[in-house]
Design a protein around this ligand. Sequence first.
Ligand SMILES: [Zn+2]
Length: 113
Amino acid sequence: MHELSITQSMLDIVLERAKESGARKVGAINLVIGELSGFVEESVRFYFDFLAKNTIAEGAALNFKPVSPRARCRSCDQPFELGELYWSCPQCGGSDIEITAGKELFIESIDIE
Ligand SMILES: [Zn+2]
């Protein structure tokens, strides 16, 4: 049910921005979704269709832009891309890492009409 609440807040933001811009209709919503965020595109789409009914965002296209997970080593400060096999630093082999990208889900932009 995680996607339901996040989709609701996303829709609230979209409707608010659209209203501020005097939009009659929302054509598309461009979302950035981290591969580690745990959000499933299909679920977000499903809830969106359901929640957006009878709003100006009904029928809007959802475009997802995936973000690859990245991390930074706390020992040597090396930034690197997290792969399935790389959960330790490629430079010093340390495992004290900080995830710097890949957990996000946010609205990059919306297209209004
Ligand atoms: Zn390191």
